[in-house]
Unconditional design. Structure first.
Lengths: 112, 116
């Protein structure tokens, strides 16, 4: 079973920030938080990952709480093309770690 | 190309036939994964290859499903005696194992299988 819980769906107005929450209360000390998204009919796309510090890249920002039991993915200026299912996953960094366990994700709908 | 390549992109087959799906991982990626996604559903793990280690086959749904990978190259997923419930998109992913690049898993665009 997935180690994360996310809301089933969210709406966001185009141009506004989209804040997608994720709970991972059983996360282990060596597990990272990863975010992927899946646009309809495409393979999942990597967005960002982090351990305990907040992270930012060209796609998004990741805010992780101090106790690491939850995190928020922020898309600062959502566009219609950001409509997708967003998956929050926890896993050990690199090495010989096995598969990614995907939950049901959050279906984000960006509306004009 | 630089990404994970899968073929065929679409396959329609008759119930009872065997199908073979191919995955070309990113060059140098030692880890390779197969997932299945039925329409409107989440991703189901099928099998994981890591270098020369024995593959993790724990996600294969039945003995009709098998996969092979030679070294760190191409992988083939075979479904024998296909059933209608096998209709899904089959996604392949790969990643490098070590160093800073060892964290990101890259997915292909999938092979859409329809069993009629």
């Amino acid at each position: 079973d997935a180690k994360t819980t996310q809301p089933t769906s969210m709406d966001c107005a185009e141009g506004r920030a989209a804040n997608l929450p994720c709970n991972h209360s059983t996360i282990s000390g060596n597990e990272y938080v990863y975010w992927y998204r899946q646009i309809h009919s495409q393979g999942p796309q990597y967005i960002i990952h982090g351990l305990k510090n907040n992270e930012t890249n060209e796609m998004a920002s990741l805010i992780i709480t101090e106790d690491r039991k939850s995190s928020t993915l922020i898309l600062p200026h959502a566009t219609l093309r950001d409509t997708a299912v967003y998956y929050c996953i926890v896993r050990v960094y690199g090495g010989s770690q096995g598969n990614l366990i995907f939950g049901k994700g959050t279906k984000l709908s960006v509306k004009p | 190309g630089a990404g994970v390549s899968q073929s065929p992109s679409n396959k329609v087959t008759e119930k009872g036939k065997d199908v073979e799906l191919r995955c070309d991982p990113i060059s140098g990626h030692t880890a390779l994964y197969w997932y299945r996604q039925r329409l409107g559903q989440g991703l189901e793990f099928l099998i994981y290859f890591q270098g020369n280690s024995a593959p993790d086959k724990s996600g294969l749904p039945s003995d009709r499903f098998s996969a092979e990978r030679t070294g760190e190259s191409v992988s083939t997923l075979t479904i024998q005696r296909t059933q209608q419930e096998d209709s899904a998109v089959y996604l392949c992913a790969s990643r490098h194992t070590y160093g800073d690049s060892g964290n990101t898993i890259y997915f292909g665009e999938g092979s859409w299988l329809t069993v009629v």
